[in-house]
Ligand binder design. Structure first.
Ligand SMILES: Cc1ncc(C[n+]2csc(CCOP(=O)(O)OP(=O)(O)O)c2C)c(N)n1
Ligand SMILES: [Mg+2]
Length: 621
């Protein structure tokens, strides 16, 4: 992400129309600024260096939600931001409070989520002296923020907060840190609230030229096998409607990244679902071609992939490309992104365009309305239909499941009663009509949630994609449920990931946030275990989460833990009980945990091992 020096322009027009408020303390001014930005909710955990803010919050109409760990607060603010498309706000005290936010900030940075992070800092006179709970938070977070401030003058607070929201929410969104020393919070002044900001060197308003856009249309007319490869930029840029219109008008198949799930309805015949390491075989073939291995072990291309890749709002992440030179090796690549630093970063583009993707798509639609695309790509659609029919996502009760310790320990051989994790998500999809907002932890369950739930609208799948932060799921679900109280919000979690922020069950109960969690409990760090099976001959390197001295017992006991939080929880072991249990969870108007015991032997398929190309894809269940 590009970083620019952001200096306020002197004598900005904002000053002219600024509003002067009554004399207040710095902390009160900051909260008044948040109110002026329309902030309704803040996830804030107090401490010595931030209690002035909390005192001011008690007098504010902003809803303050007390997470039970600052990491939970940061993830909840992110869940809120992802679900709503507006900046989420979190707050912590200096030192350990602030450092506990870092993972959330890094996550927001990687996934371009607008976040305003406010931290208390030791008084200015103590900075650099190693005072109690002092950490250089500005310095520590520098590589993972879009921008940051250490406020050194109480009079700067209104401008800084206004700028923080503009920077977090415009262009490529991201996290902004505002660190405020305690003496600044306690100083009094008459605030001057600017009505707009003027940031020298910051120009998020990028637009593709008609020449560039006409070139894209020319490339489409010349191509035989075009594919749209679209991502989180479409969602952040609110460009889903435009994308849909464009794809349908041009009849171009669409694959998304995990960040882009829902930006194009996965139920549409043009959808190839998501691509990459665990994406569909047909999406990967459509981009890079189909390969088979001969008896000599050599991979041979049996069908070509895209000859034109329209990469809009994506960043050619390695989990998507695998071996990057082999990714769409023979195609012409058009890359549109609002952030110039993404262009030619991971994969060179033949036609690079720096633009707001919503503008580019809207204008493309206008252009092709006037001069419609003649190509029909009939042969290409036929090939894709054949791939889809041959390699759909699928699972079955394998020999490995039947012979597994799970069957012996928990199912006493009742094969027909085993619950596979994929089944749970398919059933949830059915029972929620595909309308729920899903969050996830990180691991196998995350990939299955993406594969077996079909996303229909943007902001429906909230997952830690770039950072891959375990513990994201439940706090993010809290944030999403606060943002969208009328939606069913379900965290599909792993037993390892859920445990990392389990304290947020208290937040859910006390704040009456009815976010649901399904723990796909395989008693293992499943995804790491899958790599152990594949690359380390199944040698377990600390990936078992149960009690080694009592493997028959499910450990830890989530029912007992949830009871301690006053949150209802049910365990399901047999298939016959699954549907009714899911329904009870969905019908509840409270936070709820469903602990679903699944075998650990399942592997996520398809699977392109890291750094490998589509020729190495394993896809048959
Ligand atoms: C904070 C953090 N620590 C470690 C990892 C590495 N890691 C990736 S997936 C995974 C296993 C997750 O286990 P679980 O949550 O039970 O999900 P499962 O794969 O079993 O579905 C681990 C340890 C991570 N992504 N994040
Ligand atoms: Mg697990």
């Amino acid at each position: 992400m590009s970083k620019t020096t952001l200096e306020p322009v002197k004598k900005s027009p904002a000053r002219k129309r600024a509003e002067v408020g009554p004399a207040m303390q710095g902390a009160e001014i900051l909260i008044a600024c948040l109110e002026r930005e329309g902030v309704e909710v803040i996830f804030a955990y107090p401490g010595g260096a931030s209690m002035e803010f909390h005192q001011a919050l008690t007098k504010s109409k902003i809803r303050t939600i007390l997470p039970r760990h600052e990491q939970g607060g940061a993830f909840a603010a992110e869940g809120y931001a992802r679900a709503l498309g507006r900046a989420g706000v979190c707050m912590a005290t200096s030192g350990p409070g602030a450092t506990n936010l870092v993972t959330g900030i890094a996550d927001a940075f990687m996934d371009s989520i607008p976040l305003v992070v406010i931290t208390g800092q030791v008084p200015q006179a103590m900075i650099g002296k190693g005072g109690f709970q002092e950490t250089d938070f500005f310095g520590m977070t520098l590589p993972v923020v879009k921008h940051s401030y250490l406020v050194t003058d109480v009079n700067d607070i209104p401008r800084v907060i206004k700028e923080a929201f503009v920077i977090a929410q415009t262009g490529r969104p991201g996290p902004v840190v505002v660190d405020v020393p305690k003496n600044i919070q306690q100083s009094r002044t008459q605030p001057v609230f600017p009505s707009e900001v003027n940031l020298r060197g910051y120009d998020p308003d990028k637009k593709a030229s008609d020449i560039e856009l006409n070139e894209i249309i020319g490339l489409i007319e010349k191509s035989e096998r075009p594919v749209l490869y679209v991502g989180g930029g479409i969602i952040a840029g609110n460009a889903s409607g435009e994308l849909r219109e464009f794809a349908e008008a041009a009849q171009i198949p669409v694959t998304t990244t995990i960040m882009g799930c829902g930006c194009f309805p996965e139920t549409d015949p043009l959808s190839l679902r998501w691509l990459g390491m665990h994406g569909t075989a047909y999406a990967n073939w459509a981009v890079s071609g189909e390969f088979t291995k001969g008896p000599d072990g050599e991979a041979r291309k049996v069908a070509p992939g895209a000859d034109l890749l329209l990469a809009f709002g994506v960043r050619f992440d390695d989990r998507v490309t695998g071996k990057v030179e082999k990714f769409c090796e023979t195609g012409t690549i058009v890359h549109i992104d609002i952030d110039p630093s993404e262009i030619n970063k991971n994969k060179p583009a033949n036609l690079p365009i720096v633009s707001d993707v919503k503008y580019a798509l809207r204008r493309l639609n206008e252009l092709i309305r006037k001069r419609s695309i003649q190509k029909k790509f009939t042969a290409w659609h036929k090939q894709i239909a054949e791939w889809k029919a041959r390699a759909p996502l699928g699972y079955r009760v394998t020999e490995e499941v039947v012979k597994s310790q799970h069957m012996k320990d928990h199912l006493t051989g009742r094969e027909s009663e085993v619950i596979l994790p994929q089944m749970v998500i398919e059933m949830l999809y059915e029972l929620t009509n595909g309308e729920a907002i899903l969050t996830t932890g990180v691991g196998q369950h995350q990939m299955w949630a993406g594969q077996y739930y079909k996303f229909k609208f943007p902001r429906q799948f909230l997952t830690s994609a770039g950072l891959g932060a375990m513990g994201y799921g439940y706090p993010a679900a809290l944030g999403a449920k606060v943002a969208c109280p009328d939606k069913q919000v379900v965290d599909i979690d792993g037993d390892g990931s859920f445990l990392m922020n389990i304290q947020e069950l208290a937040t859910a109960h006390i704040e009456k946030i009815a976010a649901k969690a399904i723990v796909l409990n395989n008693q293992h760090l499943g995804m790491v275990m899958q790599w152990e099976d594949k690359f380390y001959k199944g040698n377990r390197g600390h990936t078992y989460l149960g009690d080694p001295e009592n493997r028959k017992q499910i450990y830890p006991d989530y029912i007992a833990i949830a009871r301690g939080f006053n949150v209802p929880c049910e365990r399901v072991m047999y298939k016959k009980d699954l549907r009714a249990a899911l329904q009870r969870m969905l019908d509840s108007d409270q936070p709820y945990v469903l602990d679903v015991i699944v075998p650990y032997t399942e592997h996520v398929l398809p699977f392109i091992p890291a750094g490998k190309s589509v020729a190495e894809m394993i896809w048959k269940p």
